[in-house]
Design a binder for this molecule. Structure first.
Ligand code: HXC
Length: 517
């Protein structure tokens, strides 16, 4: 006996109503403004027809302030799982057309159920945030809902990758869900994120500011360092997400999606020998070196606009997924400062927890000198880098291009800090400090007494550099693995990656270390 028609009709009607959110007119109005709806965003992320929605028929269960008669389709959030570029991804997408995408009890439960599922099956989570925050009518139920979401953000952290797209407002405590995830992408023009807005800041402190200054994608990408990517629009945000996912394993017990070439190509790249100026103080753009080293010049830089004195991001070396950390001599002479240390340490820890090998390119004159740096806690922040590298058990390959001085040499993953192999170019200078500084301290009197102090100083600097800073000196002491021509760098890294992929390193059992946060 076939199913009675009215059952099917009711189902179809209910589906249509839920999918219409707060009305097709509101959805069209958004699209006209160039802003996607919650469901458009989901469609953009997934392969056609693969998204299985959960909780389409969910409704709020709030009985206050006249809400009894109001319907909130899907309780203002679309959740579900599907295939994105052939891999399972769980996602939620807040629907601003329904009660401003506000988070109530059922809305939170849908997100929590999804995160628990992602934990069970081991798949990444992508969250589209577009919400007025806690649903005011639901009072402390919505506060509790946020607490439950945060708890699960932490529960899944380090087990599956979490990517937050902030595609609309993300205000107050709500900002802490993206903040607890691994990567945040903000959409230009439509999004903002802040704990206290301009009005609250002015009321509390008298300070005047604009939303652009405190909550815009530009402010977070360049000043606060809270976010990792800025997207031009919703489609671009999804594009960045998919690119990011292409480098990440689905969970922490899987390898990243390596695509190893059948043979390791060891041919040299002669052009590399001329790319970097030999003079340690001459600036150059390290991203040009990276582009030349990695497959097809394809480098996904993370936090491009913040702490630009260090460059971090993902690439492949003959198919092997790698996290790259490189000093940027073109900015602040490539010194390590508070922000650069935070940026690198976080990236290193992400790579380690998701089994992504690390390649470190070193050209560092030291930690940035300055009162602000000292008073701001460069000791604590710099220690994060040392901690992150030393604690990382993934393959660690270090290439010293030019300067590698003092504590910053150690902070850039020296052999002592656990690098598996360290290669140096002939232009490398590995020293407790730069030759100029060392000579000034050691030979102050001799220089002053010389007939031509400048000449004397130059002679001493050159002698010191040759005797104490040369890569051959370091090689003689077995501090480095070998000295290589720049032209051999790509081949050396590719081979070293293949040779370290089976690395297994065990550490003393403990709950966790006490990284100096
Ligand atoms: C319930 C909300 C809401 C909320 C918006 N709406 N935010 N409903 N709870 N938090 C509703 C509006 O009433 C309106 O409903 C619809 O969503 C669209 O909102 P508009 O104000 O018309 O839109 P817009 O002008 O674009 O402004 C968007 C906005 C603004 C900037 C997000 O709505 C706003 O300031 N909302 C309140 C934000 C806020 O203070 N949140 C903090 C809550 S406490 P109708 O029916 O008219 O269409 C919090 C603490 C969490 O989040 C702590 C967790 C740790």
């Amino acid at each position: 006996m076939p199913i009675a028609k009215h059952f099917l009709e009711e189902l179809r009607k209910r589906r249509e109503t839920a999918e219409a959110g707060a009305g097709l007119d509101k959805m069209e109005a958004r699209r006209k403004k160039g802003v996607m709806t919650a469901r458009d965003r989901i469609q953009e992320l997934y392969q056609s027809g693969t998204f299985q929605e959960w909780g389409k028929h969910a409704e709020h269960d709030c009985h206050h302030f006249g809400m009894e008669k109001k319907s909130l389709p899907a309780d203002a959030v679309v959740t579900g799982v599907g295939l994105s570029d052939g891999r399972l991804v769980a996602s939620f997408s807040q629907d601003f057309t329904v009660a401003g995408g506000s988070l109530g009890r059922i809305h939170a439960k849908k997100i929590c159920d999804l995160m628990e599922y992602a934990l069970k099956v081991g798949c990444p989570i992508v969250g589209f945030n577009d919400s007025g925050g806690a649903r005011i009518q639901e009072g402390d139920d919505s506060l509790s809902g946020y607490g439950q979401v945060f708890f699960r953000n932490v529960l899944v952290s380090g087990v599956v990758p979490q990517i937050a797209i902030v595609a609309g407002p993300c205000a107050g405590g709500a900002a802490y869900s993206p903040a607890l995830m691994d990567f945040i992408i903000m959409v230009k023009g439509t999004s903002n994120m802040f704990i206290c807005g301009p009005e609250v800041i002015q009321a509390a402190t008298g300070q005047k500011c604009t939303m652009d200054e405190i909550g815009s994608p530009a402010a977070h990408a360049t000043v606060s360092g809270n976010i990792h990517f800025v997207a031009e629009n919703d489609a671009h945000a999804v594009q960045i997400t998919r690119k990011l996912l292409s480098f990440l394993p689905s969970n922490n017990v899987m390898d990243p999606p390596h695509q190893p070439t059948p043979q390791v190509d060891l041919s040299p790249d002669p052009g590399m020998n001329d790319l970097v100026p030999a003079g340690g103080k001459d600036p150059f753009d390290v991203t040009q070196v990276i582009a030349r080293l990695v497959d097809n010049g394809d480098f996904l830089e993370v936090q491009h606009d913040w702490a630009r004195n260090i460059v971090v991001g993902f690439a492949r070396f003959q198919g092997i997924v790698t996290g790259i950390i490189a000093n940027q001599p073109a900015v602040k002479a490539g010194t390590l400062d508070i922000d650069a240390s935070d940026k690198a340490a976080r990236f290193i820890r992400f790579c380690n927890v998701f089994n992504i090998p690390l390649v470190t390119l070193v050209d560092v004159p030291g930690f940035l000198p300055g009162v602000q740096q000292e008073r701001g806690g460069i000791i604590r922040h710099g220690a994060k880098m040392l901690f992150a590298y030393a604690a990382a058990t993934v393959p660690k390959i270090t290439i010293i291009l030019r300067k590698a001085y003092g504590g910053a040499y150690l902070a850039m993953c020296s052999a002592d800090m656990g690098a598996d192999v360290v290669y140096a170019w002939p232009t490398a200078e590995i020293a407790v400090m730069g030759a100029e500084g060392a000579v000034k301290i050691l030979y102050k009197r001799e220089i002053a007494a010389a007939t031509d102090p400048k000449k004397k100083e130059a002679e001493l600097v050159s002698e010191y550099r040759e005797r104490f800073c040369s890569p051959y000196e370091a090689a003689a002491k077995a501090m480095i693995t070998d000295v290589i021509e720049p032209s051999e760098t790509r081949a050396t890294i590719c081979l070293a990656l293949r040779n370290t992929l089976t690395k297994r390193e065990t550490r003393p059992p403990k709950k966790h270390g006490t990284i100096p946060l």
